[in-house]
Design a protein around this ligand. Structure first.
Ligand code: ATP
Length: 241
C-alpha cells in the first residue's frame, strides 16, 4: 500500500470579488510509496504549496481525500522561511513539537548536535545565518521522527555551497530516520541529487506531465553529466535550476 495516496477531485480558490475563482486541481492523483523521496517540480503559482497543505491537513477546503499507509502518521513540514519563534532560544525552538520537560530538551539538544549547532543551543534565532536557521528547522522537523516529511523549497536563496551542505545534512538525517518525503523545488539539480522520483507539474488545473523514477548511486547523483542528462529528460517548462 502507498504511504500517501492523494486523490483531489477538485480544489479551487474563490475569487476575491465575484468571478469564478481559480481551479487548481481537478481529478488529480498521486500515489507515493513508503520511504520514497519525491521531488515536485513546477512553475511558480501552479499549486505546489497548495498540494503540500492538503497533504498536511492544513487545507481541508477541497473535494477528495488523502489516505496514508500508517494510522495517524507523524508529519513534519519545513518551509522556505524557517519559521523559528524569535522569542525562544534555538533549543526551545527545536523542542517545540516535543513533550515539555527535560527529556524533550535533551532530545532537542541531541538533534542540534546532529545538525552541527550544539554550541548555538541557547542563542536566539536572530543571531543565526539563514543556513543555520534552516539547520534548526531541520532539527525541529526530525525531532519528532516524522513518517511524512513535507518540504517547500527549504534550501532556496542559499549560495551553492550552503545549499549543498544542507542537502548532505538532509540525506544523513533521512538515512538515520527514514521518512516518506514530498519535496517542492524549482531546482532540477537539487531534485536529481536528492529524489528517488521526480514529478513535474504543469497547467491549470495541474496535471502531471513527467513522472520519472531515479535509481541513481550517490556518485551518479553528483556527476554533472548525469545531472544534465536527467535535466534534459525532464524537458522544458520548468524554471531552470
Ligand atoms: N488562500 C488563497 N486564496 C486565493 N488564491 C490562492 C490562495 N493561496 C494560493 N492561491 C493561488 O493559488 C495558486 C497556487 O498557489 P501555490 O502557493 O500553491 O503555488 P506554488 O506552485 O506553490 O507557487 P510558488 O512556487 O510560487 O511557491 C496561485 O495562483 C496563488 O496565487
Amino acid at each position: 500500500m502507498s504511504a500517501i495516496a492523494i486523490d483531489i477531485g477538485e480544489k479551487r480558490y474563490k475569487a476575491q470579488v465575484g468571478g469564478p475563482g481559480r481551479e487548481i486541481f481537478r481529478g488529480f492523483r498521486l500515489d507515493v510509496a513508503a520511504g520514497d523521496f519525491v521531488a515536485l517540480l513546477g512553475e511558480s503559482g501552479i499549486g505546489k504549496t497548495t498540494l503540500l497543505n492538503i497533504v498536511a491537513g492544513l487545507d481541508r477546503d477541497f473535494r477528495g481525500q488523502v489516505r496514508f499507509g500508517t494510522k495517524a502518521p507523524r508529519f513534519a513540514y519545513a518551509f522556505q522561511n524557517p519559521r523559528l519563534l524569535p522569542w525562544r532560544s534555538v533549543v526551545e525552538n527545536v523542542a517545540l513539537p516535543l513533550p515539555a520537560g527535560e527529556p524533550g530538551r535533551r532530545r532537542a539538544l541531541a538533534m542540534l548536535g546532529e545538525v552541527g549547532l550544539a554550541e548555538l543551543a541557547d542563542a536566539y534565532p536572530e543571531r543565526l545565518s539563514l543556513g543555520q536557521q534552516r539547520r534548526v528547522a531541520l532539527a525541529r522537523a526530525f525531532a519528532i521522527e516524522p513518517d511524512v516529511l513535507l518540504m517547500d523549497e527549504p534550501f532556496v536563496s542559499l549560495d551553492e555551497a550552503g545549499a549543498a551542505r544542507l542537502r548532505d545534512l538532509l540525506r544523513r538525517l533521512l538515512a538515520r530516520r527514514p521518512a516518506t518525503v514530498l519535496f517542492v523545488t524549482h531546482d532540477r539539480r537539487e531534485a536529481v541529487e536528492l529524489a528517488d522520483r521526480i514529478v513535474v507539474l504543469e497547467g491549470t488545473p495541474v496535471r502531471i506531465v513527467r513522472d520519472m523514477p531515479l535509481a541513481l548511486t550517490p556518485a551518479e547523483r553528483a556527476s554533472p553529466g548525469r545531472i544534465d542528462e536527467v535535466r534534459r529528460a525532464l524537458g522544458a517548462g520548468v524554471e531552470p535550476g
